[in-house]
Design a protein around this ligand. Structure first.
Ligand SMILES: Nc1ccn([C@@H]2O[C@H](COP(=O)(O)OP(=O)(O)OP(=O)(O)O)[C@@H](O)[C@H]2O)c(=O)n1
Ligand SMILES: [Ca+2]
Length: 517
């Protein structure tokens, strides 16, 4: 007698399910459980392990001050681009290390407080493995020109202090202007993610066969750098060209560092020039605000190698500067610092230095940023046109000093009193020196930070010295390990279920056949 499989439709009786279905349901349920279990195992197994963080320290010993930077990155990703970030910056109290030329033994101890701060930020068990570097820039370049012995003593003092810190001392040296320019360029392009493109960006760039990088403009106290990838290759001035292979791409980079054209040395140069035609010790200076006064020792003015050629006998030992607050006059005055008369190349910036035609966007940092930021001219949303920038500097210069001092009482007087000169100097350097015009002015982006990291040469310096930028693009598997395991599990399960289902469908085992049970 055949047992009815289903009694559906018979009112009053509950529909009965066949054994085949029940077993299939149970199997389905068990497979679902198995899938959930496997996924859970895959997820837990591949849960990211606690991050293994590495640290590095770089001290930027600039002409006006020293900054200590602490960087961190995940150990397992150190060759990826954009993973290193700044976690701490400590401003060293007092002058830059070149300011200790008369008390060289005090240069090192001046760094102690910032070193203690780094000890606090970096877990102590990692102190010993953390590399620490110090790079000195234009202030020390000038000191070693002026007094090599004093410069060596300053560096020894600094080295002694750094060696006594619990970190892994890697060197304290004066970096060249070329290095300063190149590392600044590496820093900003690394932080902007320009070296390695992913996804559609990579495709787009490979179609256009270009790899856009951003130029770098750095303005310090004693020197200034311009660095960018020019459009056409030229070997006119090989000392200005650098070759890099980064993440599998070649870059031919133009760079030049102008010693004595940082904003402090430029002011010294300007004053030394003004002095040449003065009959008495009083100078009416259009680059300072009306009502501003400053007394300068003439001997101090001519100490630096940037002005020493203009040194002569003056019938007075002090210079009394009185502000006039006239931007147009100041611009004409500052313009004299850029000698455009002779150029032995197809094109020059100034003082007979080769400059290829400007190309692409530029990131302008350090004093370019400090000054433009003070003048509220750094907005990326609505970048000001060149004429608006000039008008802003002009009206700032025209404000009397007592008014400026009251309005910005929180700003250091040394900085505040020089923003008028600095604004005029920056415009003159960019317009007269490098030939930026109203057409490409807006391609200059004034940047203080990119993400959490300061724009400057230090990050590029560390990336280079720790070999964190590979020449070739690291071969990265398309899937992460976790996704790979997950996908494998999922595919196996789908395959197993399909096979099981097919087997059940076509091979109906006897035990599942109707009526046998
Ligand atoms: N908020 C600030 C900070 C700094 N400055 C000035 O900006 C100039 C450059 O500062 P910086 O880039 O720190 O120069 P250094 O690195 O010290 O100099 P260099 O790179 O030439 O060695 C200095 O004149 C400093 O007085 C400023 O006007 N406003
Ligand atoms: Ca600097």
């Amino acid at each position: 007698m055949e047992i009815p499989v289903l009694t559906a439709g018979v009112t009053g009786t509950k529909p009965k399910m066949s054994w085949t279905r029940k077993i299939l349901l149970i199997l389905g349920f068990l497979s679902t459980l198995a899938v959930i279990a496997l996924i859970a195992v895959a997820v837990t197994q591949n849960k990211p392990l606690p991050k293994n963080i590495k640290y590095g320290i770089v001290l930027d010993a600039g002409s006006s001050h020293t900054n200590l930077y602490v960087y961190e990155w995940p150990a397992e990703k150190e060759n990826d681009t954009g993973v290193v970030q700044q976690v701490e910056v400590c401003k060293v109290e007092g002058p830059g290390i070149s300011g200790y030329s008369h008390a060289t033994e005090k240069a090192g101890p001046s760094l102690a407080q910032c070193l203690r701060q780094a000890e606090y930020v970096i877990p102590s068990k990692q102190h010993q493995e953390t590399p620490i570097y110090l790079g000195a820039t234009a202030g020390m370049r000038l000191l070693s020109l002026e007094n090599k012995n004093a410069a060596d003593k300053v560096l020894s003092s600094v080295e002694k202090t750094l060696r006594s810190a619990p970190f892994n001392f890697q060197g304290a040296r004066i970096i060249s202007g070329q290095e300063e320019g190149a590392y600044g360029w590496i820093t900003i392009n690394y932080l902007l993610g320009n070296f390695k493109q992913s996804g559609w960006k990579k495709l787009l760039h490979s179609l256009k066969s270009i790899s856009e990088t951003s130029g770098a403009l750095d303005l310090g106290g004693a020197s200034t750098q311009i660095t960018f990838v020019p459009n056409e290759l030229s070997s006119e001035s090989p000392e200005n060209l650098l070759y890099f292979r980064l993440y599998g791409k070649d870059y031919l980079v133009y760079t030049h560092s102008f010693l004595c054209y940082g904003k402090d040395q430029a002011l010294q140069q300007k004053l030394a020039e003004d002095l040449q035609t003065m009959e008495n010790s009083s100078l009416l200076d259009p680059c300072f605000h009306q009502g501003y006064q400053r007394t300068i020792n003439i001997s101090d003015l001519f100490k630096t190698p940037c002005t020493s050629a203009k040194k002569k006998q003056f019938p007075f030992s002090q210079l009394y500067v009185q502000g006039e607050g006239d931007y147009q006059k100041c611009r004409r005055n500052v313009q004299k610092l850029f000698n455009k008369t002779n150029c032995p190349y197809s094109s020059c910036s100034f003082n007979g230095i080769y400059l290829p035609p400007l190309q692409g966007d530029f990131g302008a940092f350090s004093a370019f940023y400090f000054v433009m930021n003070f003048l509220n001219l750094t907005s990326e949303q609505s970048p000001a046109a060149l004429d608006k920038v000039a008008a802003t500097v002009e009206s700032f210069c025209a404000r009397p000093w007592h008014e400026v001092k009251t309005a910005y009482h929180q700003i250091k007087e040394k900085y505040l009193s020089e923003y008028c000169f600095s604004g005029a100097y920056i415009l003159s350097l960019l317009e007269n020196g490098y030939d930026f015009t109203e057409n490409n002015w807006q391609r200059i982006h004034f940047l203080g930070k990119i993400g959490s990291s300061d724009a400057g040469w230090t990050l590029g310096y560390m990336l280079n010295l720790t070999n964190m930028i590979p020449a070739e693009e690291p071969a990265v598997p398309p899937l992460s390990y976790g996704s790979y395991v997950g996908l494998m599990v999922l595919c196996s399960l789908v395959l197993a279920s399909v096979l099981l289902f097919a087997w059940l469908l076509f091979h109906k085992p006897k035990c599942l056949q109707k009526g046998i049970v």
